[in-house]
Structures are given as structure tokens and as C-alpha cells.
Design a protein. Sequence first.
Lengths: 206, 206
Amino acid sequence: MVKELSTEDKILDAARRIFVSKGFNGCTSREIANEAGMNVALVNYHFKSKGNLFDIIVSSILKDFSLSIFEIMKSDMPLMHKTRIMIEKEYEFLSKHPEIPSFIVGELGKKDKNFFDCLQFSELFQEANILSQIQEAQEKGEMIRIDFVSIMLLVMSNCHFPFMAKPMIQTIHSIDDSSYKEYLMIHKQYVTEMIVNYLFPNKNKN
Amino acid sequence: MVKELSTEDKILDAARRIFVSKGFNGCTSREIANEAGMNVALVNYHFKSKGNLFDIIVSSILKDFSLSIFEIMKSDMPLMHKTRIMIEKEYEFLSKHPEIPSFIVGELGKKDKNFFDCLQFSELFQEANILSQIQEAQEKGEMIRIDFVSIMLLVMSNCHFPFMAKPMIQTIHSIDDSSYKEYLMIHKQYVTEMIVNYLFPNKNKN
DNA sequence: ATAATAATTAAACACTTGTTTAAAATAGAA
DNA sequence: TTCTATTTTAAACAAGTGTTTAATTATTAT
């Protein structure tokens, strides 16, 4: 028993698939309508324009993208463990949505509109207890002195880039999609150890 | 005294600027011709088509992109120093061409054609003495056991991503281009220490 | 059932796209 | 100069673009 999606949801699903894989300028309204199995005019009937539809998809993606991270930030875990889990969950999320990093970098960088504003990072940081937790760990000497945004940049660099670099790495290694997934799981271990060792140099070995 | 470029070079320069900042589908032949200060038909007279011009630009960029790295690989330095210099030079190159990482990820990932083939990585690795150097360092216990491509992925992740993430970080930090450049220089230090500490855990502190 | 509203369609609209054509301008060689 | 080949231009071309219109179908409320 397949549950039938509403017309709007069908369009949103199709639009997300196509926008993510081809970009805003790499696809047409008709292509999205066709993927959703319906007429072109319906896309503009339910959503005002192609640009408006794109904005909706982008907000949706950015929301998904930031949700898992902030859930972990808010959680009540020791900072080192939190860092490990953050990397773990990020690889998990990106394994399900591997095109998102390339999409964000490729589509959101060159637009005039700034999509990142809507994320309201600062407020979310305040809400999470992560900032005071970092300060505390640094005062105790458990963590090196480094600002929060740099930490996030280190984590994101090592989580997102391996997914973006897939075409290149696959060419070098001559491996298929399945083998690349395995390769990513090994790389995740390297990344976790590297970052944790760097941020928490005095940690107990176990 | 300004030296006048040839028509073809003027078109190539304009095409590179526009392709890099807007992508293949984000710009038009007329836009490129206009940027070069000439007629549309001239672009197709000197270069067969928009697609052909794009291919030429991509090869040129990929060549620049891989050149500096391979020069360092081939050089006669101890492995740890080589790693430091590689990160240093990569940040230097990307500071001059900050849009290249986003361009490569955004444009080369979704194309049917595989642009990375032409780089012939394997042959270049053989030519450089880096592989045997790594093996030697690992047998001596100076370097952890990790394959070369993973090392490169670690280095590239931490060099390229910070340039791609510029729009996002600037939004979070509310900083201008100049401050972001300073921020990158600090981040480069973090990255260098983190990677070198991880790859060469028994190194002498100085 | 009937009227009113919403959803869907095919067709058309005005505009931009990459590319080509044919004429004009320029340069070089005889 | 005159002839020839190359370079440059304006104009046109067919195809594709996002969007709108007007007519048709489906749904809902009375």
C-alpha cells in the first residue's frame, strides 16, 4: 500500500532531487514538472516561480543540514565524546545525503542572496551550551585554546570534503560507489583520531 | 605601457573569470564575449563552441591546480617538512585563486565527462618519489600507517574547504574579506599542527 | 444537484540561448 | 596597388527558457 503524496509534496520531492544534482541553472522548470509527473504550469501554480521553489528547497536542505549538528551540541555529553559523536553523526547524515556538501558550496556561494542568514547560527550557539562547555574545558587544560568557529571549520572540512571529492578520489583509486563508501568509513576513523588528538592532547589513552 | 593581449587570450581570460565565478550554466556566450570586449561570433570563430571553450578552461585550471602540489612532492625534503610546505604552498595558491575549489567541486562533479582522467595522477605519483618516501618513513616508525591518498585527502580537506566555506563563515563571524584572509592564516596554523602531529606522532618538539 | 472554488491542462507568450551566415573590415603578400 | 586570406561584425536562426492565459476537469460546500 503506497501512500500517495500531495501534488505539492511531489513537486517538492522532484525539485529537491533535480536542484541538488544539477543546480539551479542546470535544470528547467519542465524537467522538474516531468520528474514530478505533471504539467509545467502546475509548478508555477503551486509555487510562484522557479526561483521561489529553489529558495524553499534551499531552506529545507539547510535546515536538515544544521539540525543534526545542533542536536548534538545541545546534548549533555563530555566535550571529547561530543566531538567524536559529532563526526560520527555527520558522516552518517552525509552518507544519506552525499550531494548536499557540493550543492551548498556550488549553489550558495555565488548567489547574491545570502542563504546562511536564515540559519541564525549565533542564536543557536547561545541556545546550545557548547560555548561555555568549551571555555570550561580550556580553563581546565583539557582542550587547546582555539575558538569555536575554528573547531567547527576543522570538523566540517574533514567531514564534508571527502564527500565532495568523491569523483576525484574514485578516478584516482578506480573504485566503484560501494568501495568508496567503505573508504569513507576508514577515513572517518582517521579524521576522528586526528581531530580528537589535536583538540584534547592530554587525553587518557585507552 | 600596456601590452595588448591577442584576441584568443582576451577571450580565454574573460572565459576563465566568468566560468569560475558563475559556472558553465550560469553564464552565456554573450556574457563572455562582452567581458572580453568583443562580438559573440568571435568566441565561436576562435573556439568551436561554448562547451569546447569550457573544456579548455577546465584543463588549464586543473593543470595550475595540480602543478604546485606535484612540484613539492617531487622535491627532496624530509617527509614532515614536505607536509608542512605542502599545506603552506596550498594556502598560498588558494589565496591567489580562492574560487577554484568551489569551481572544481561545483562544476566537475556533476558533468558526464570525467575531467580528472586527464590529470593522470598515478603516473605523476610514480614520477614523484613520495610513495617510497612514505613507505620508508612508516617502516622507520616515524609516520603512522596510512595510505597516500588518505593523506592527500586529509591535506586537501583542510586546505580547500576553508576557502569554499568563506560565505558561510563570513556570515557567522560578520567579517569582511580582509578579516577573512587573516582568519585563514590562523586556521592554516591549526591545520598544519593538527595534520603533522597526527601523521608524525613521535616527532621531536621544538 | 448545483454553484463555487480549486486543481490541472494545453497552448501560447515574450525572451534568451548557442550557433551560423553572409557581408564588411583588416592584414599580408604579390 | 591588387588579390587573397584572415579577422570581425551585425543579423538571423531554430530551439529552449520561465511564465502566463484561458479553457477544462475535479473537488467542495450549500
